[in-house]
Ligand binder design. Structure first.
Ligand code: NAP
Length: 279
């Protein structure tokens, strides 16, 4: 029997997840169908329970419901607990299990596809929202030596890092505003949502001095505003977050099906799809 999955969010029409999971299923021979589920704001739990009661096996959760999914899940992975957010739900006999695969997706894309070993690196993340919350734990676990979270609203970055007291005590983690970020970063990650509006970030070019890579979690058919900003500031290499999207999806697929799909061909297919849409 075909097992049913979906991505739940609001909005959800733009989601690439159905196309990614259809490719994973074809590649691994798994019999699944994967749909889009638009949940009304304030109606997340009802939509999820209806989907589950109709035989659904699991869900990806996207904006703005990741924290609600965390609260609703009966059991959670350690990385979901650290992130206080869930992007993957699996409906087991003993209740819903919640995971957060965003951080693992970023680490895999950086290390495997882009060849940037993270151990010992100095990393700057711009932004302190849900996406940053999901990646701090996995980046620290990957051995990053120094992780700075800089945000437009500094108190939000400081509040976020407060959840990692051991890393703060070890001098590995700090939160601050854009102007106090310091310098000497080898990797600069954009985790703000400014890219949606195509906006340039109000940060100094000096933040990119000496960086080997700038990484935009946002992705688009054309060069993103952050990629353009980093290259103009002298960063030798910059890329968008399409690879992270594919890798976090592969991690969800593994959660559900116990099989890890190959991501490289799916990334290439999606990149071509985006380019074709852009004309
Ligand atoms: P979020 O929780 O809404 O957080 C938004 C962040 O962006 C906040 O830190 C906010 O700062 C900052 N911000 C918004 N507009 C800004 C501007 N004009 N200038 C400077 N900072 C600005 O969003 P999120 O869930 O963390 O998502 C962030 C981005 O990551 C989105 O573009 C999302 O698409 C992307 N993402 C990608 C993947 C992937 O797989 N590739 C996965 C997850 C997320 P304040 O606190 O000052 O408001």
């Amino acid at each position: 029997m075909t097992d049913r999955y979906a991505v739940v969010g609001n909005p959800v029409a733009h989601s690439r997840s159905p196309s990614i999971h259809a490719r994973f299923a074809e590649q691994t021979g798994q019999d699944i169908e994967y749909l889009r589920l638009l949940a009304p704001l304030g109606g997340f739990v009802e939509a999820v329970e209806r989907f589950r009661d109709a035989g659904g096996r699991g869900l990806n959760v996207t904006l703005p419901f990741k924290r609600e999914a965390f609260a609703w899940a009966a059991r959670r992975s350690e990385r979901a607990r650290v992130a206080a957010a869930v992007n993957t739900l699996r409906f087991d006999r003993d209740g819903a299990w919640g995971d957060n695969t965003d951080g693992a997706g970023l680490v895999r894309d950086l290390e495997d596809r882009l060849g940037l070993a993270l151990a010992g690196r100095s990393v700057l993340i711009l932004g302190a929202g849900g996406a940053t919350r999901g990646v701090v734990g996995p980046l620290l676990e990957a051995g990053v030596a120094r992780l700075t979270i800089a945000n437009r609203t500094p108190s939000r970055a400081i509040g976020l890092v407060d959840g990692f007291p051991r890393a703060i005590a070890a001098g590995r983690l700090r939160g601050c505003g854009f102007d106090d970020a310091g310098e000497g970063f080898e990797l600069v990650v954009n985790a703000t949502s400014a890219g949606l509006a195509g906006a340039r970030l109000p940060v100094a070019d000096a933040l990119f001095a000496g960086a080997a890579l700038a990484y935009d979690m946002f992705y688009a058919a054309r060069e993103t505003a952050f990629v353009a900003q980093a290259l103009a500031a002298g960063c030798p290499r910059a890329c968008d977050g399409l690879g992270m999207l594919v890798e976090q999806a592969a991690e969800s697929f593994l959660d559900w099906r116990g099989v890890r799909p190959l991501t490289a061909p799916v990334y290439e297919a999606l990149r071509a799809e985006l380019a074709a849409e852009a004309g």
